[in-house]
Write a protein that binds this ligand. Structure first.
Ligand SMILES: Nc1ncnc2c1ncn2[C@@H]1O[C@H](COP(=O)(O)OP(=O)(O)OP(=O)(O)O)[C@@H](O)[C@H]1O
Length: 769
């Protein structure tokens, strides 16, 4: 039986939906109209764009006209896109117009206001707000405030009011299926419901159930460096996406999604989160993995990936001390100092060649450099040198136009070669034979010197590889082990000969190149997000600051999920970041509550870590994790083949997580004799349904209804560092976790409180209760 209050609220939902429908009809008409206009303008544009542009006098006029047309096309297309977006927002609102309501009263004498909160705002016929956008300043009360006196920040300063009541709704297809009043920030009941859903294909937005501590991250606008240390499943990734939606809403005029960049752990992750922003009515930000970023900046070199480094089991060079040093803040500082103090004689200038001919000798470039103002920075002098070289090249090109070798070369060309040079069918277009010869000569000389132009553009007038080798040796000389650094320098040089660069070398090398040649800065990006911060070295962070000088930084991660390196203390990491970023307003936020997994799985994960960890479980009940002790691989596969069908029935997707790529490939192969299994690799972009096998580093940031930790044996999970890996594996599971040992259980498993899991020994017939 519905109460009066429920009936009243349902009536309001009906009214709001009726208003949405009216708006939908009007907007569909507008869209039709806009679409027709776009078609008409496009047709007109393509007619105009094909006009004759050969006559020199006409060309500029035609160009201006085409420019104008192009702008017009862009404008009508934009209008259409906006209308489409608004229409799809209305479509969403029609199903689920809002999820919250606050009743507030500013003073005892002013009337009480009822504000409904949803994913997007909606105004009624008299411009009154039927729904407030969750990002509106006043909506912060919904997430943060408990009943009573509350404050909220607006663009015109802080405001105060009395929060009389707070109500939460679940509305499905226009019907209220659940509603209750709460004094809590955002009550547990909704969260229970949201977290209990089985859905591991795409990440969902959390707009209806954002928790107070997450809200602080999402709505933060006063820090240029925001660092979030959050335990597994605490909502860091969710907070990033909600924060982006928030920032886009509040800086609509100045900020576009293209100016936001997220460093994400892998391509599967990028796909996994792709639906969240569109579901909030926003466009996705740009995303890049570290490997792709480095590879794009070090074109022509194959950059070692994090996974390759991890799996290479670095026995040979570099030793750990070198790796740690090269990833440190101090090393990047040493590099900055080195570049700042380089004398002209210490710079490795290089000859610029055209085939065998030296066009600009190293000596010539050195002279130009030495003539630059003494007090200018090395980078500025180098840039001025480069510009001078380009100027000289232009002069060379001009001088060559009348040179005999050019006309000789043109004369000795076959008709085909000549036509190709000036452009097929172009010959008839010249007013005179002189005009044609001049054109052909210009084309020929340009083509002849193109390689030199490219070389200058790419800064090949300085040998950056040798310079970096020099730096390594110079740096080594200040340490206790110069011979080790000498070896490191050789190793770098050898890799370069094979067009490869190790991951540890890539960042300092790129930094040296940028400082020396005054390049590598992207001033477009306004907000940079780094997820899984524990996978980045401080040197990489320094580089990000250099490469994105105008960005505000939001850096999130979990030091306990350090898959590739030692666990670093958060405070130390944060202090280093503050120095690296020279941050004026920095803040560290800690999230300890884990939402992803059931209470049982979180408790199990927590037990894998040192006793002083702060992890708190959200109370959502489930079954105990199962530890299956199998004698060997054969027994493990046998167990899986009998158990997986039932698990698959229940969950749709079961993820078998291994420590290495090789192990994932192997288990997939062995299981394939019995059932279809997908083996996911670094190039995969989507997680399919069914049984999947993948190494843990590809599952970073992802979650699965059911996860199976495979081969948790004493031979695979040997040392303390492996606890971090197993913790990451275990915390991928939302509802069900199995661990299979393939032999002797890993020592870490044996230290866990026996009440935290169910032990199964398939060779023994019974299951332990
Ligand atoms: N306030 C919330 N309301 C509903 N669901 C939430 C909330 N916070 C987190 N979740 C859910 O918890 C799960 C974990 O969130 P998320 O992936 O953002 O955590 P994380 O801190 O990035 O985890 P990890 O470090 O393990 O990758 C997701 O399914 C997310 O939707």
């Amino acid at each position: 039986m519905e109460t009066n209050e429920e009936q009243r609220e349902q009536r309001r939902v009906d009214e709001v939906i009726a208003e949405i429908k009216v708006k939908q009809t009007a907007m569909s008409q507008q869209l039709d109209h806009a679409h027709q206009e776009t078609r008409a303008v496009e047709r007109n544009y393509s007619d105009n764009a094909s006009v004759n542009t050969i006559e020199i006098d006409d060309a500029s006029e035609t160009n201006a006209e085409i420019q104008q047309q192009r702008q017009l096309v862009a404008r009508v297309v934009e209008t259409e896109t906006i209308l489409k977006r608004q229409l799809s927002t209305l479509e969403q609102l029609a199903h689920n117009p809002y999820f919250g309501k606050i009743e507030i009263q500013d003073t005892p004498r002013t009337p009480m206001e009822q504000l409904y909160i949803g994913t997007s705002s909606l105004q009624g016929p008299d411009d009154e707000f039927l729904i407030y956008d969750w990002r509106a300043p006043v909506a912060a009360i919904y997430y943060n405030g408990t009943l009573g006196h509350v404050k909220f920040t607006t663009p015109s300063g802080q405001q105060e009011t009395e929060l009389i009541n707070k109500r939460q709704f679940t509305i499905e297809d226009g019907h209220i299926t659940n509603m209750f009043d709460t004094n809590e920030t955002v009550g547990d009941e909704m969260l229970q419901y949201a977290l209990g859903q089985q859905n591991d294909e795409y990440m969902q937005n959390i707009v209806a159930t954002i928790q107070a501590e997450q809200n602080d991250i999402i709505r933060d606008t006063s820090h240029d460096l925001l660092v979030v240390q959050g335990v597994a499943g605490s909502g860091k990734t969710s907070a990033i996406l909600q924060r982006i939606a928030f920032l886009l809403y509040h800086a609509r005029a100045e900020l576009s999604a293209d100016q936001i960049l997220l460093f994400s752990p892998n391509k599967l992750f990028s796909n996994y989160i792709a639906e969240v922003l569109p579901s909030l009515g926003e466009r996705n930000m740009r995303q890049v993995t570290l490997t792709d970023f480095l590879s794009a900046r070090l074109e022509g070199l194959k950059v070692q990936t994090l996974f390759e480094r991890y799996e290479a089991n670095q026995k040979q060079m570099p030793t750990k001390v070198i790796r740690d040093t090269m990833g440190s803040l101090a090393f990047m500082h040493a590099l900055t100092e080195y570049v700042a103090n380089l004398t002209v004689d210490e710079i490795e200038f290089a000859d610029v060649h055209l085939v065998d001919e030296v066009i600009f000798s190293a000596y010539h470039t050195q002279i130009i450099y030495s003539r630059q103002p003494a007090n200018a920075s090395v980078g500025a002098k180098m840039l001025a040198t480069k510009n001078q070289l380009i100027k000289e090249l232009k002069r060379k090109v001009e001088n060559a136009l009348d040179a005999p070798w050019v006309s000789e070369a043109l004369n000795s060309m076959s008709t085909e070669e000549y036509e190709q040079l000036i452009g097929i069918g172009k010959r008839d277009e010249f007013a005179s034979a002189e005009a044609e010869s001049a054109y052909a000569a210009a084309k020929f000389v340009q083509r002849h010197y193109q390689g030199v132009y490219d070389a200058l553009f790419n800064d090949y007038y300085v040998d950056i590889y040798t310079q970096f080798t020099q730096f390594l040796t110079t740096y080594g000389a200040t340490t206790a082990q110069p011979e080790l650094w000498e070896l490191k320098a050789q190793q770098f040089q050898t890799a370069i000969e094979y067009h490869q660069v190790l991951l540890d070398d890539a960042t300092p090398f790129m930094y040296l190149r940028d400082l020396l040649t005054n390049s590598g800065r992207n001033r477009q990006i306004q907000h940079l997000f780094v997820d899984e911060m524990q996978d980045y070295t401080m040197a990489q962070m320094v580089y990000f600051k250099h490469a994105f000088p105008h960005a505000q930084f939001t850096i999130l991660g979990d030091n306990q999920q350090a898959l590739f390196d030692d666990v670093t203390a958060v405070n130390e990491f944060y202090a280093n970041l503050q120095t690296a970023f020279a941050a004026k307003h920095a803040k560290l936020v800690t999230l300890n509550k884990s939402y992803r997994s059931t209470q049982e799985i979180t408790a199990f994960g927590k037990a894998l870590l040192p006793a002083n960890n702060q992890i708190e479980a959200f109370t959502r009940k489930g079954r105990l994790p199962r530890v299956i002790v199998t004698a060997d691989e054969l027994a493990a596969i046998k167990y899986l083949t009998t158990t997986l069908p039932a698990l698959l029935n229940e969950y749709g997707t079961v993820a078998i997580l291994t420590k290495t790529t090789a192990a994932a490939t192997r288990v997939a192969q062995l299981l394939r004799a019995h059932m279809p299994v997908t083996n996911l690799t670094a190039t995969d972009r989507a997680v399919p349904k069914g049984v999947i096998a993948l190494p843990i580093y590809l599952a970073k940031g992802l979650e699965f209804d059911c996860a199976v930790a495979y081969d948790v044996s004493a031979t695979t999970y040997t040392n303390e560092n492996d606890a971090a890996i197993l913790y990451t594996v275990a915390t991928r599971a939302m509802h069900d976790l199995l661990l299979i040992t393939n032999g002797q259980p890993a020592p870490i498993l044996t230290t866990i409180d026996r009440t935290l899991y169910q032990k199964i020994e398939p060779t023994v017939v019974h299951e332990e209760k």
